[in-house]
Design a protein around this ligand. Structure first.
Ligand SMILES: [Ca+2]
Ligand SMILES: [Ca+2]
Length: 279
C-alpha cells in the first residue's frame, strides 16, 4: 500500500465519519428550531399560544408549574378564537428610538410589529361598552367619564376624558360577574407618550374591598400606593395596551395612572373588557 493509498483511505473514513456525525442528534446536526415565543418580554406560554404541530412539553420536575390565578378555567385550544378587537386609526408611525427619561420602556429594534391576535374562548365580546364609569376625579378637567366606554377609540379632539394631576383612577362596573380574558386600555394615543404607574385591579365590590386582584402593574416603586408591579412601561399607540386577565372572574375593574411623559394629567380614550358571562 502506497503512502497515497493510505491518505485516500484515511480521507474516505473521515468523510464517512462526518456524514455519520451529521445524522446523529447532538453531533453538529441541524439545530431544532427554537420557539420564537421565548424572546424576552414575550408573554408566558399559555392557552393563547396553541400550536397544533407541537405536542405539549413534558412537565419539568425542576420547574414548579406556574399557578394560574384563582378562577382560571380550563379551556381546550379548539374552543379559542381571536377576540373581535377593532383598532382605531394610528396617529403616528414608528416608535421612539430612545427611552424617555425616568421611564422603564422596552425599546424594540426594527419596525414595530403588530400585536398578534389575542386568543380567548369563543364568544368573548366587549362587555364594558356603555357601562357606568366612576373615578377618583368625578369632575374631569375635559370631557365626561362616559367617554371611557362610549365605543369611540379614535385619538381626536373631544374623544378623551382628562382627569386631574398625579395619581387618579377610573372604574367600570360591568353590572354582572364576568370571566375576563382581556382588558384593552387606550389612554391618549395621539403621540408616543408613556403613562406612569399603570395599574389594573378587579374586585367583587365597588369599593374594592372584596376579592381584589391585581391583573397588571408597572409601578416598580409603589409611587401610586397600589403595590409594586414588575411589568415594563410602554408607549401609547393605536393598539392600546392589552392586559391578559386569564379568565379572572369579577364585576368591577379599576385602572390607575399617574400622569404621563407629556404632562401630569391622566387621559382616557377608551377601555374595553373582553369577557364571557360567569356561570
Ligand atoms: Ca371613548
Ligand atoms: Ca412608579
Amino acid at each position: 500500500m502506497t503512502h497515497r493509498d493510505t491518505l485516500r483511505i484515511g480521507m474516505g473514513l473521515m468523510g464517512m465519519l462526518a456524514v455519520a456525525a451529521l445524522m446523529l442528534p447532538g453531533c453538529g446536526g441541524p439545530e431544532q428550531p427554537q420557539d420564537s415565543n421565548t424572546a424576552a418580554g414575550a408573554p408566558k406560554p399559555d392557552a393563547n399560544q396553541p400550536d397544533a404541530n407541537q405536542p405539549a412539553p413534558a412537565p419539568d420536575a425542576n420547574q414548579p408549574a406556574a399557578k394560574p390565578p384563582a378562577g382560571t378555567p380550563t379551556v381546550a385550544t379548539g374552543d379559542l378564537a381571536p377576540i373581535p378587537l377593532e383598532l382605531p386609526k394610528p396617529r403616528f408611525s414608528g416608535t421612539p428610538k430612545n427611552i424617555p427619561p425616568g421611564t422603564r420602556v422596552k425599546i424594540t429594534k426594527g419596525p414595530a410589529k403588530p400585536r398578534p391576535p389575542f386568543m380567548a374562548p369563543k364568544g368573548c365580546k366587549n362587555v364594558a361598552l356603555k357601562k357606568p364609569v366612576t373615578s377618583s376625579d368625578m369632575e374631569p378637567v375635559i370631557g365626561t367619564l362616559d367617554l371611557v366606554t362610549d365605543g369611540n377609540k379614535e385619538a381626536v379632539e373631544d374623544a378623551y376624558v382628562e382627569l386631574g394631576p398625579d395619581v387618579q383612577w377610573v372604574q367600570i362596573d360591568l353590572e354582572a360577574k364576568y370571566k375576563i380574558y382581556a382588558i384593552v386600555v387606550w389612554h391618549e394615543h395621539k403621540d408616543a407618550r408613556v403613562y406612569k404607574d399603570v395599574v389594573a385591579k378587579v374586585a367583587d365590590d365597588k369599593d374594592f374591598i372584596t376579592n381584589v386582584r391585581t391583573v397588571y402593574s408597572n409601578d416598580h416603586d409603589n409611587s401610586a400606593g397600589q403595590g409594586i408591579g414588575e411589568s415594563l412601561e410602554y408607549f401609547e399607540t393605536n393598539e392600546g395596551w392589552l392586559i391578559d386577565c386569564k379568565g379572572v372572574t369579577a364585576q368591577y375593574l379599576r385602572l390607575w395612572s399617574n400622569g404621563s411623559t407629556a404632562d401630569d394629567l391622566n387621559r382616557y380614550t377608551e377601555v374595553e373588557v373582553y369577557a364571557l358571562p360567569a356561570e
